[in-house]
Write a protein that binds this ligand. Structure first.
Ligand SMILES: *[C@@H]1O[C@H](CO)[C@@H](O)[C@H](O)[C@H]1NC(C)=O
Ligand SMILES: *[C@@H]1O[C@H](CO)[C@@H](O)[C@H](O)[C@H]1NC(C)=O
Ligand SMILES: *[C@@H]1O[C@H](CO)[C@@H](O)[C@H](O)[C@H]1NC(C)=O
Ligand SMILES: *[C@@H]1O[C@H](CO)[C@@H](O)[C@H](O)[C@H]1NC(C)=O
Ligand SMILES: *[C@@H]1O[C@H](CO)[C@@H](O)[C@H](O)[C@H]1NC(C)=O
Ligand SMILES: *[C@@H]1O[C@H](CO)[C@@H](O)[C@H](O)[C@H]1NC(C)=O
Ligand SMILES: *[C@@H]1O[C@H](CO)[C@@H](O)[C@H](O)[C@H]1NC(C)=O
Ligand SMILES: *[C@@H]1O[C@H](CO)[C@@H](O)[C@H](O)[C@H]1NC(C)=O
Ligand SMILES: *[C@@H]1O[C@H](CO)[C@@H](O)[C@H](O)[C@H]1NC(C)=O
Ligand SMILES: *[C@@H]1O[C@H](CO)[C@@H](O)[C@H](O)[C@H]1NC(C)=O
Ligand SMILES: *[C@@H]1O[C@H](CO)[C@@H](O)[C@H](O)[C@H]1NC(C)=O
Ligand SMILES: *[C@@H]1O[C@H](CO)[C@@H](O)[C@H](O)[C@H]1NC(C)=O
Length: 598
């Protein structure tokens, strides 16, 4: 069989562990450890869950709209389970507005990325102040942000003074210097299915205390919106939540019963085996007419995808094995490595263009990350009820998922089919300029989903998505299922198109057609239009090294390409798992990896 004694030389440099990184460890300076927060209120729910919280809006942090409540702090489920939450009342009628949970991806990337850079009630300016976002999705829904799995953002299993290893990004103890207080022991959750169970308990804990926390909020209509690696989280979580909810409904178990309404996934990676072939295609043929890699690199990417024992073969093997075993997970890990390094990765090494926006340079200064500095200010930490330093992506969590090969598991597609078959509303949307979860791959997933109305969905045409007379994208919709592109948007769609994104969210939650917002949705509603999305945008030259706002960072990117990994909701391709049995030898600056799966 093709898997025995497979040897593969990997030329795709991985971003995190490149031997080009020679940066010395920083000096062991002692910086300030955050103080314990003051004025924290503790409540205990009837089911015994402890919630510690503050009201940051009252201290001028984030949601300062008069009369609109916001609560931040921890759901403590056990001595080793402390999940950070930030809950925002809807700006209008929070009593009757639905509840939406927002999750970013990674894995290990924090949901506060979405809060501050995308759809939350505020964002952070260069002078480290918050500004109210008039296009916040809290215009439509109550919003709950959870930092998950444990170790992500301000959530923790345990905490300890230490520092981040500049090479691996992992948390290290005080032996290696102290520059803050960090989550510790963060690698206990390594699959999306484990995260689904954990998050269900956290959500139930939060809901059990909600009447005491904010008695105003009554509506049990529940939505989950997520992004990027959320293409795994979304289907896995919503399915698990639906199944548990059914057990509550029929009295098998206890808890807060929800009305499972919509699942939204922005630029999601749902099925690697469907989406992988579109990395090479999108790199040379996209909405912007950009050819980002030459034919040699393009052919290499395609070959790595389709060759015997390549990405797709390895994905198929991962599908066959028992993924609950170490051996099975090794297969899936190898598939992940091959697909990400050699099919997806060459674009990062050779295009000079953005991971999350093909119009931008590799080292992309947008969206700005001022919020990370903001969350490390003592008064902000205190207002949020935390005593931890903030990192937007936790690499311990990332590596834990990488080791299991969760990235290429096949079951998220089945979960999506399960949800569509049970009439959950599912909205897939893709910014048209994103490479890492590009819309070609997203469209392919939408067309391959096998559910009760897939034939009708495939037969529906693309209609323009129009808001106030402006076309912002195209949508294919049949009943409860939709796929859409959003023009001139990278990975984090609401950052690039805030107004259109809010309107999309309002229409989906409001049970209206996405194209116009004027037609109440029925089970047989369908869009009409072309079978193919053929919209084009003007070519964008790679920003020059002089005379542009990108210049300084772009120069830094090409002279020192890998010292800073763009930390976003889906971390880009990274190194081989330290725990994997693949042995690596450094040969003239390249990583040569001997893969032995026999
Ligand atoms: C950690 O937070 C404290 C404020 O409580 C801050 O002084 C310190 O610089 C932060 N550390 C890092 C690495 O940001
Ligand atoms: C915070 O409180 C804990 C006890 O809850 C204590 O052990 C710790 O020393 C305190 N940290 C600081 C920085 O005061
Ligand atoms: C809850 O929200 C949904 C969606 O907006 C709405 O249709 C429903 O009427 C609301 N229910 C209550 C009890 O307010
Ligand atoms: C904050 O939001 C405004 C309005 O959407 C936007 O123009 C600005 O670029 C955002 N700034 C940051 C730092 O995200
Ligand atoms: C981390 O986990 C290990 C093993 O469970 C335990 O021995 C150690 O005390 C934990 N560290 C902290 C800071 O909780
Ligand atoms: C710090 O971690 C190292 C292993 O990485 C361990 O050997 C050492 O005992 C730890 N030191 C403290 C103070 O916990
Ligand atoms: C409750 O629902 C679950 C799943 O829907 C089913 O397996 C179980 O048999 C039901 N239990 C009862 C008591 O109806
Ligand atoms: C580019 O992609 C479009 C849409 O997928 C396709 O119709 C077209 O044939 C492709 N062009 C080339 C040169 O591959
Ligand atoms: C294609 O690009 C690669 C990477 O930049 C380069 O090494 C190679 O020489 C190029 N091939 C051609 C034919 O230009
Ligand atoms: C897969 O492995 C798990 C853990 O060893 C085991 O419990 C399960 O029965 C196996 N499943 C199959 C189908 O062999
Ligand atoms: C969903 O329905 C389709 C068509 O009826 C069926 O082929 C598929 O197996 C179903 N999938 C799940 C997970 O229920
Ligand atoms: C148009 O879309 C269909 C699927 O709807 C696809 O099979 C076909 O290849 C596309 N045509 C072109 C030219 O891209």
């Amino acid at each position: 069989m093709f898997l025995t004694n497979l040897k593969s030389a990997s030329l795709g440099l991985s971003l995190l562990s490149s031997p080009f990184i020679t940066e010395a460890f920083p000096s062991l300076e002692h910086r300030q450890i955050p103080a314990n927060a003051t004025g924290v209120t503790t409540i205990k729910s009837p089911t015994g869950v402890t919630i510690r919280y503050k009201e940051p809006g009252k201290e001028g942090v984030c949601e300062t709209t008069p009369g609109v409540g916001s609560y931040a702090g921890y759901v403590d489920l056990a001595p080793n389970s402390h999940t950070f939450f930030w809950f925002f009342e809807a700006r209008h009628n929070p009593e009757t507005a639905p509840l939406t949970l927002w999750l970013n991806g990674g894995p290990g990337s924090d949901s506060l990325i979405g809060l501050f850079q995308e759809l939350g009630p505020c964002n952070v300016t260069q002078d480290l102040k918050t500004v109210v976002n008039e296009n916040s999705w809290s215009e439509v829904s109550n919003l709950l942000f959870l930092s998950q799995p444990l170790g992500t953002g301000f959530s923790y299993v345990a905490e300890e003074a230490g520092s981040l290893n500049p090479f691996t990004g992992e948390v290290e103890n005080s032996t290696y210097g102290v520059d803050g207080e960090y989550p510790y022991n963060s690698s206990s959750i390594g699959t999306s299915d484990m995260a689904a169970m954990a998050t269900w308990h956290i959500l139930q804990g939060f809901l059990s205390a909600l009447p005491q926390l904010d008695g105003k909020v009554q509506n049990k209509t529940f939505n989950l919106w997520t992004e990027s690696y959320g293409g795994h989280y979304g289907p896995a979580f919503f399915r698990y939540f639906s199944e548990q909810n059914a057990l509550i409904a029929n009295g098998t178990t206890t808890g807060t019963e929800l009305i499972m309404d919509t699942l939204g996934i922005g630029n999601g990676i749902i099925s690697e085996s469907i989406q992988a072939p579109y990395y090479p295609e999108f790199a040379v043929n996209n909405t912007y007419g950009i050819k980002a890699v030459n034919d040699t690199v393009y052919e290499f990417m395609k070959f790595a995808c389709y060759m015997n024992g390549g990405c797709l073969d390895l994905c198929a093997a991962c599908e066959q094995v028992n993924r609950s075993t170490d051996v099975g997970q090794q297969y899936c890990f190898q598939a992940t490595d091959q697909c990400r390094t050699n099919v997806e990765g060459p674009y990062y090494s050779y295009s000079g263009r953005g991971v999350y926006d093909i119009r931008h340079p590799y080292k992309d200064p947008t969206p700005p990350t001022y919020f990370v500095k903001y969350l490390n200010l003592p008064y902000v930490q205190n207002a949020l009820g935390v005593n931890l330093n903030y990192t937007e992506s936790n690499n311990d969590v990332y590596y834990a998922f990488q080791r299991t090969g969760d990235f290429v598991y096949p079951n998220w597609l089945t979960d999506l089919e399960f949800l569509l078959n049970s009439s959950v509303r599912v909205a897939l949307y893709h910014g048209d300029a994103d490479y890492i979860c590009n819309w070609f791959g997203g469209q392919a997933v939408s067309l391959q989903v096998d559910y009760t109305h897939s034939a009708e969905f495939r037969a529906a045409g693309y209609a323009p998505f129009v808001v106030d007379g402006t076309e912002y994208g195209q949508v294919r919709q049949y009943g409860n299922f939709s796929f859409m592109t959003i023009y001139e948007a990278g990975h984090e769609v609401p950052f690039y198109q805030p107004l259109a994104s809010l309107e999309m969210f309002r229409r989906v939650l409001g049970n209206l057609d996405i194209a116009t917002g004027g037609v109440p949705l029925t089970g047989t509603y369908e869009t009409t239009g072309n079978a193919n999305e053929t919209h084009t945008e003007p070519y964008v030259p790679i920003p020059s090294e002089t005379g542009s706002a990108f210049a300084a960072t772009y120069t830094a990117a090409i002279t020192n390409p890998i010292t800073e990994v763009p930390a976003e909701s889906l971390a880009p391709v990274s190194s081989a798992s330290p725990a994997a049995s693949a042995s690596t030898t450094e040969v003239h600056g390249f990583v040569r990896r001997e893969i032995n799966l026999s």
